[in-house]
Design a protein around this ligand. Structure first.
Ligand code: ATP
Ligand code: MG
Length: 791
């Protein structure tokens, strides 16, 4: 047996209220023999059907037309059939089967076969005939096809054509009832034929009766109630049975007085497949037929004289039987599906009709109970129910899945749309950024084109994008003589230090920025900037490079002559100034005679001024040396404490006058590796400032400690401090903070400039912390060891 999902591929109306429906299968998917039937299960009905969503139908198609499975049925008010007729072609259905062993003999005896079909009972025969006429040419087949009316007959044209075409097939059509004489006339040698009957239950029973009349051995008869009619669908109205067929006398004569039921043909037929019993008005069993014993496994004496409770399985609620009793006691028949229990404890289901049988006075004398076993059908129904539910659950799940998939699809589309939107936004940003960059470039180009400096703009690969006019002037060529791809090499060639410049260009292309303060070309001096412009917030990476060439010949020459002038002037000044100071000292020592108070005061003023001038000249000389890079250095191990003590010693008078208390916290063991006189000069300057700009009373703390390979020296005062806004300018030449104008102290503003230059040349660093009115702390660090020469 197989179970397949197929689709409705075709549908025809083949007679009045009669349809043939075809399902499309994959070849070889569904095997059956002619005469078998199939269960059709619909996933959903257009309208609910109390008998569920599956039905059995005989297969009308031939097995070798395996791709098509056809069934035929009469229309009724069943919603199942209506759905099958109204559903769109292509709709899915499930087929289960095949079922039944109602098929032609498969041996060589070749006994003539007679088929008795009533109405739509033709269906299983159709498949048999279609198949056998071709395959079994020696098999004689006669079909007696009975229909109530012409318009109810189906496949008549086809059957006629087949009987004309094939010798072995005879068609006998009959409109109206068939009776023994008709069958006798139509078929010779009835006892030697194999009989197949199919139709409604009544038709089958009637046909069996006819064949009985014709003394056909029941072993020669095969019958099949048209699929779709279970025995329980026998169209017998129980009231009709009781009133039409039986009165109390008949009950007594058929059942209770031992008269054989076979005297009534209908009863005989029923007796073979139906449970018949009779009880008195109190439900005490008076009679059971053999079939009851068969099904219940009880002996007759176990049942007769008892009530039906013996068969009660306890399945139904008490009001079920109460309703039953109320119905039958009121003189009406009752019908219901009952689960009973057999002697061995197994259950069986019966479709039960209980009819009251009245005596001549109209009183209920007996109850006639007729039961059809429906256990298999109940089971099938249960199975079907489960299957349908399963199918429905599966379909439901599929529907849910479909909805989910639809949701996922929508979500995916949304995401794709968002992505698209995002892409558009990014593209727009990139576009805008590119534009901005182009603008920036344009601005740069505009600026550079009017610049005094020569400007070359390159991209990251070193490709020259722009050269301004000034470059050509510097190189002394016309733009035609210097194409863009040669301009950088021409520039390198231009300088005396061409290898150095080439190396610099390489460094810049790799992303470094730096400045060469002095490159020369013959007598010309240039300041050259190699600039890497990194895009800070680059949506697209750009790294443009600039080479800016400033001709600083004039400025440099001017500076040089200025410092030469200063140097010369300073030298020239220093000699007479030193002489002056010596002479003033001699006079003050009264080496040339005693002085009066006024003379002494005058000489003291002269001494101060000369000293100031000398120190200023010295500063100027130092500056020229610093700027020329000729400040001589002779490093050695210098014990810091010694230097600091000695300076403080020199400043002790000065400090006392300024009411400054000096505290020194410098360990003896710290020495620095520097030029002795220069470190002294530095510390002297810092201590001088700390006293000069210190508090009144002042507190000066000098400390030193080791910090790795360096000694950290701090000079801290509690004086006027340096305003935060001026911190950046304090190391500049001639710079004096704004708050010093209030103090009486004089100064040139050169001290710290010289100090920083010296500290840096000594290999150290200088910094400070201060704010106006908060005091000042200067820190320097100086190497304690010889520093490795750079490079
Ligand atoms: P000189 O050349 O004689 O040293 P100067 O002391 O004025 O003159 P710098 O030593 O260079 O010049 O100092 C520059 C300025 O920094 C000072 O004029 C002063 O305003 C400020 N300054 C330096 N040291 C201190 C300090 N310890 N406290 C407050 N201000 C200071
Ligand atoms: Mg100073």
């Amino acid at each position: 047996m197989s179970r397949i999902i197929t689709t409705i591929s075709d549908r025809r109306k083949i007679a009045k209220d009669t349809y043939e429906v075809t399902f499309k299968c994959v070849e070889g998917e569904f095997h059956f023999t002619p005469g078998q039937y199939v269960e059709v299960i619909l996933p959903d009905l257009l309208q609910a059907d109390t008998k569920g969503s599956s039905r059995f139908f005989s297969i009308t198609s031939k097995p070798d037309d395996n791709q098509n499975i056809s069934v035929a049925f009469r229309m009724s008010d069943s919603n199942f059939k209506k759905t099958l007729v109204d559903k769109e072609l292509g709709s899915q259905v499930m087929l289960r089967g095949p079922f039944g062993d109602f098929s032609l003999p498969n041996d060589d005896t070749k006994i003539p076969v007679v088929l008795l079909a009533g109405g739509i009972g033709i269906a299983p025969f159709l498949s048999m005939i279609r198949c056998a006429v071709e395959r079994l040419p020696e098999q004689s087949i006669t079909l007696i096809y009975a229909n109530s009316k012409v318009e109810r007959a189906v496949y008549v044209d086809e059957l006629k054509a087949l009987s004309d075409k094939y010798q072995n097939f005879t068609l006998i059509l009959k409109y109206g009832y068939i009776d023994p004489s008709f069958v006798k006339r139509s078929v010779n040698n009835q006892q030697n034929c194999l009989w197949f009957i199919c139709g409604t239950p009544m038709f089958v029973h009637n046909a069996k009766y006819i064949l009985g009349e014709l003394t056909v051995d029941h072993k020669q008869i095969k019958y099949h109630i048209q699929a779709g009619y279970g025995e329980r669908h026998l169209q017998i109205d129980s009231r009709e049975i009781s009133h039409k067929y039986f009165n109390s006398k008949e009950i007594e004569s058929y059942f209770l007085n031992g008269v054989n039921v076979s005297s009534n043909p209908l009863l005989e037929v029923l007796s073979q497949s139906v449970l018949i019993s009779v009880s008195d008005p109190n439900g005490i069993i008076l009679y059971v037929n053999d079939y009851v014993l068969n099904i219940t496994q009880y002996r007759r004496e176990d049942l007769v004289g008892k009530n039906y409770n013996i068969l009660n399985s306890g399945y139904h609620p008490p009001d079920f039987f109460q309703t039953m009793w109320e119905t039958i006691k009121s003189g009406r028949s009752w019908r219901g599906e009952v689960r009973n229990v057999a002697k061995d404890g197994s259950f069986f289901w019966v479709d039960t009709i209980i009819s009251p049988i009245f005596d001549d006075d109209g009183q209920i004398k007996y109850y006639l109970t007729i039961r059809f076993t429906i256990t298999d059908e109940k089971r099938a129904e249960e199975e079907l129910h489960q299957k349908t539910e399963m199918l429905q659950t599966t379909l439901e799940q599929m529907r849910v899945r479909e909805v989910e998939l639809e949701k996922i699809k929508k979500a995916t589309l949304n995401i794709l749309e968002d992505l698209d939107e995002e892409k558009r936004v990014v593209e727009k940003k990139v576009e805008q950024r590119t534009l901005e960059l182009q603008f920036e470039k344009a601005k740069i180009l505009q600026v550079t084109s009017n610049m005094k400096a020569g400007a070359i703009l390159l991209d990251g690969e070193g490709k020259v994008e722009f050269v301004n006019r000034r470059v050509y002037e510097i190189l002394k060529v016309s733009p035609a003589e210097a194409p863009l791809d040669r301009i950088v090499s021409m520039l390198c060639e231009h300088f005396d230090e061409k290898d150095r410049v080439c190396a610099n260009v390489e460094r810049m292309l790799k992303g470094e920025s730096f400045m060469e303060p002095e490159l020369t070309s013959g007598s010309r001096i240039y300041e050259v900037y190699f600039q890497f412009l990194e895009e800070q917030n680059a949506a697209i990476p750009t790294a443009d490079r600039f080479i800016l060439v400033y001709d600083v010949t004039e400025t440099k020459l001017l500076e040089r002559s200025k410092s030469e002038l200063v140097a010369i002037a300073s030298h020239q000044l220093r000699t007479p100034l030193t002489a002056m100071r010596g002479n003033v000292e001699l006079l003050m020592d009264e080496s040339y005679g005693p002085l009066n108070v006024d003379q002494k005061e005058l000489l003291s003023d002269m001494d101060i001024s000369t000293n100031r001038l000398i120190s200023m000249v010295n500063d100027m000389l130092d500056i020229t040396k610093i700027e020329k890079g000729t400040l001589d250095m002779d490093p050695e191990d210098v014990v810091l404490k010694e230097v600091i003590d000695s300076i403080c010693e020199d400043f002790s008078d000065y400090a006392r006058r300024r009411e400054v208390v000096v505290s020194i916290n410098v360990p003896k063991n710290i020495s620095v590796f520097v030029d002795r006189s220069r470190v002294r000069q530095v510390l002297q300057n810092l201590i001088d400032n700390a006293i000069k700009y210190g508090g009144r009373p002042g507190k000066l703390e000098i400390e030193a400690m080791l910090d790795g390979d360096y000694a950290l020296v701090t000079v801290k005062d509690n004086g006027i401090g340096i305003p935060k806004t001026e911190h950046s300018r304090i190391f500049g030449r001639f710079y004096r903070a704004s708050n010093t104008s209030n103090s009486s102290s004089s100064g040139s503003g050169l001290g710290l400039y010289i100090v920083r230059s010296i500290v840096e040349q000594l290999g150290g660093k200088i910094w400070f912390e201060s704010d106006e009115g908060e005091g000042t702390k200067f820190s320097i660090n100086l190497p304690t060891k010889k520093i490795a020469e750079p490079g």
